[in-house]
Design a binder for this molecule. Structure first.
Ligand SMILES: Cc1ncc(COP(=O)(O)O)c(C=O)c1O
Length: 478
């Protein structure tokens, strides 16, 4: 639990009401602010260790890592087998020219291909999720000879400039960037966001009206020569939008009817987090290209775009493909990612995420019933989100309250990620029911304290995504 500030009694529990940091910790926070340009929450806690579902700050205080780092540590921190793999690989080969291959990249690519449906067998490695999506754009342009790329409003596909052009989660991400050059046309599809329906209809009588309106938008906004439609099978950053079951199959039909490729971005979802190995396996759809990042690396920076041998052969030698760069497919990240995916499959973590999701969901629903500021609960498996609002009736997003909840939870020893009014619950897939219960109890206390208006003396204006809502741009919110 974090450093003690003032303690107050609440029932049997001692509830911390403020942080108190050691001089050494405060010194590091100050030096971080001075010399590292980075996106930071308030307070800028400095971490130095992690084990399982816990992360530990430089003073030795433990916190539940309820975001799996940046949604990446699917096996938790310092997993013994991954640590062993890192050590062994460090002694063998860490880096090589990306114009040669290595056994671990080959085996990782083969394993990925074996888990995907259809002919999705060929992996072009990259380092970040943004880069993987740029590779997918190159593939789509190369395969179709067209330039319009369409994405779903409220989607997030990365922060490199072309990926940013597909990204529409709002906030300050695009502030000051001017015109984003490619793709030619983006963001034309309305999100299947039933809680705040973009066309004011109700599911199921709507008959997925958002998609019908989107077709009209495509007619008018694009050149009608569409290379690809990009989508997240569950739209995480835009509000954990979990589409109705008809949506993705119909999106696929829409893409096919325009002879556009369907690209599904799994950076947030694979492997296993939603209770399926790949998030799109909740729906009966096979995309033309799948991109992955974050959790597929087991904590290492490795990503990729997977497509069919036919598309891969068609685009090779064109549009800068295959993508190479300095680090893609390097031995160290490939060996760790391979081991991590093998463990996910061996330990059946997909089934575990589904089971624990069924454990988690009713507990979150109870928080919704109890607290006025919890407007909605959405998600799948071990990836859920609270939609924080001013009140249930108006559903008005309340980002300041969400940030307050995150702060109070941190104070109580549970680190959640919160972007805008969305508070995410995304623990490592190895979490136990007891750990989930304990972390949720801390979240409940945080909600109580937040509805009582605590903390009273903190300005959250520069914390997290609030820094990017109407103030000068301060970075990216993932
Ligand atoms: C769905 C999705 N795709 C792509 C990205 C970009 O990944 P990266 O930050 O590794 O570039 C993100 C980032 O959070 C994401 O949520």
């Amino acid at each position: 639990m974090p450093g003690l500030g003032t303690d107050t009694r609440q029932g049997e529990e001692r509830v911390k009401t403020s942080f108190a940091f050691s001089n050494a910790h405060s010194d590091l926070m100050g030096r971080d602010a001075e010399s590292v340009l980075g996106w930071r929450y308030e307070p800028r806690i400095i971490f130095c260790r992690g084990a399982g579902v816990m992360i530990t700050d430089v003073e030795g205080n433990d916190y539940y890592d309820m975001s799996s780092g940046m949604m990446s540590m699917v096996l938790g921190h310092s997993h013994p087998e991954l640590t062993e793999t890192i050590k062994e690989q460090a002694e063998r080969l860490v880096h090589e020219s990306s114009w040669y291959s290595n056994p671990w990249a080959i085996e990782f690519a083969e394993l990925i291909g074996s888990t995907l449906p259809g002919r999705l067998k060929r992996v072009n490695f990259a380092v970040t999720g943004s880069e993987a999506n740029e590779v997918a754009m190159r593939m789509a342009i190369g395969a179709t000879g067209r330039f319009d790329i369409v994405s779903v409003i409220r989607g997030l596909h990365g922060g490199s400039l072309a990926a940013e052009a597909l990204t529409t989660v709002g906030g300050g991400r695009r502030q000051g960037l001017g015109p984003l050059t490619i793709p030619a046309a983006a963001n034309a599809i309305l999100p299947p966001f039933c809680y705040r329906c973009p066309v004011n209809l109700e599911y199921p009588s709507c008959d997925i009206g958002c998609l019908e309106t989107s077709e009209q938008l495509l007619e008018h906004i694009t050149s009608k020569q569409i290379a690809a439609i990009f989508a997240e099978p569950m739209m995480v950053s835009g509000g954990m939008i979990t589409p109705p079951k008809e949506w993705l199959p119909r999106l696929k039909e829409l893409a096919a009817s325009r002879r556009a490729l369907l690209v599904l971005d799994e950076a947030q979802l694979a492997p296993a987090r939603t209770g399926k190995l790949w998030g799109f396996q909740h729906d009966d759809v096979v995309p033309d290209i799948v991109t992955f990042g974050k959790g597929m690396g087991g904590g290492m920076a490795i990503s990729g775009a997977v497509t069919t041998p036919e598309i891969a052969d068609q685009v090779s030698g064109n549009t800068g493909l295959p993508w190479s760069g300095t680090f893609p497919g390097d031995p160290l990240p490939a060996a760790v990612a391979l081991k991590s995916l093998q463990i996910v499959l061996r330990d059946n973590l997909t089934e575990r995420a589904a089971r624990l999701g069924a454990f988690l969901r009713p507990r979150l629903e109870r928080l919704k019933e109890r607290f006025e500021c919890v407007g909605d609960v959405r998600g799948r498996g071990l990836y859920h989100m609270l939609d924080i609002v001013t009140d249930k009736e108006s559903k008005t997003p309340d980002s300041a309250m969400a940030e307050r909840v995150r702060y109070n939870a941190m104070l109580g020893g549970a680190a959640f990620i919160c972007v805008k009014n969305f508070l995410r619950i995304c623990p490592p897939l190895i979490v136990t029911e007891a750990e989930l219960d304990d972390a949720l109890a801390r979240l409940e206390t945080a909600l109580e304290r937040s509805e009582q208006g605590h903390p009273k003396d903190i300005d959250f204006a520069t914390s997290s995504s609030l820094a990017a809502t109407g103030r000068p741009a301060r970075g990216n919110a993932n």
